[in-house]
Design a protein around this ligand. Sequence first.
Ligand code: ADP
Ligand code: NA
Length: 349
Amino acid sequence: TTGETIFSGIQPTGVPHLGNYLGALKQWSRLQETNPDAKLIYCLVDLHAITKPQDPEQLRRWKKESLATLLASGVDPKKATIFEQSRVPEHSELQWIFSTLIGIGPLSRMTQWKLNLVEAHTDLIIYGKSKEDLDNPSLKLGLLSYPVLQAADILVHRATAVPVGEDQCQHLELARDIARIFNHNYGATFPLPKTLLSPAKRIMSLTNPLQKMSKSDPQEKSKIILTDSEQVIKKKFYKAVTDNFADMGIAIHPEQRPGLTNLINIYTHMEGLSRTPEEVAEEFRDISYKELKEKCIEVVNRELEPFRKEYARLMQEDAYLEEVVLEGSRQAKESAVATMNLVRKAVGL
Ligand code: ADP
Ligand code: NA
């Protein structure tokens, strides 16, 4: 087949937040409509979820919750392959082969593992001293090398495009570099996957709008979890950080007014992107911060209410969820085995 293959993944590390929803899940279900001829493959990347200290019972619960989230947000198993990474061991096999091709230097220059390390161990400040970073006992090989596994996740399905938020762009560069090196050493095998940057490329934390909203942020109020009740959503938005420039009116200004800009962005994306953030800011120019927050609360609740209902329903459907993931894993296995046959032959294995 010569058509487009679109691959993306999400870590089953808790119910996703509004950043995941706008930056990933919404985009995933939208692609079902905009690219009906593409092969869509969406993965719960459980092997990535164990790169930080974790609890096995909780991981099992998180996997179920993540699957229910995917389905409740509109990803359709009849239109997309949905599966768990660990059920398709070809991902790990290809990672090993890739790990023989990529240097530790480029990996240590990836920025995301540093953020993860800081988030997992908030007592550590480790920026910019990469030699000492590498001696940090909390830095496990898996945390350093997970971008290589991510490259394998994408390339084992010979994906041509990968929808992601901005935090993943550097990893996608690496995936292309690895594909180039493999193709150069062993012959043309992999397409170079394009980055499909989501329109909501970076939703920021509600409490620290200079940081992205993140699952691993320990601060509850920093993120809207998709299953948060109406009451909780209200409380979190009311507490969201803004600035002292209210008299300047509502306006987009990412550097000076990052909190306000984030609220306008959230509103715009939840409204459905029928207009630009600038147009929204213009309409809201003379309202108060409190009124802007109320508008956010309303639009977020309007969208998440049906989501919450469907999620609660699916969480009772164990047999159905297992069926979806079994069938998805079967399809993913077929795609991965076909690639690994080419890879083994090319490498001489
Ligand atoms: P997290 O970074 O919160 O742990 P994942 O690593 O599982 O979430 O990321 C899943 C997808 O969600 C990726 O495509 C990532 O780019 C996207 N994403 C994560 N956080 C945000 C955010 N704050 N804004 C936009 N997209 C995001
Ligand atoms: Na991420």
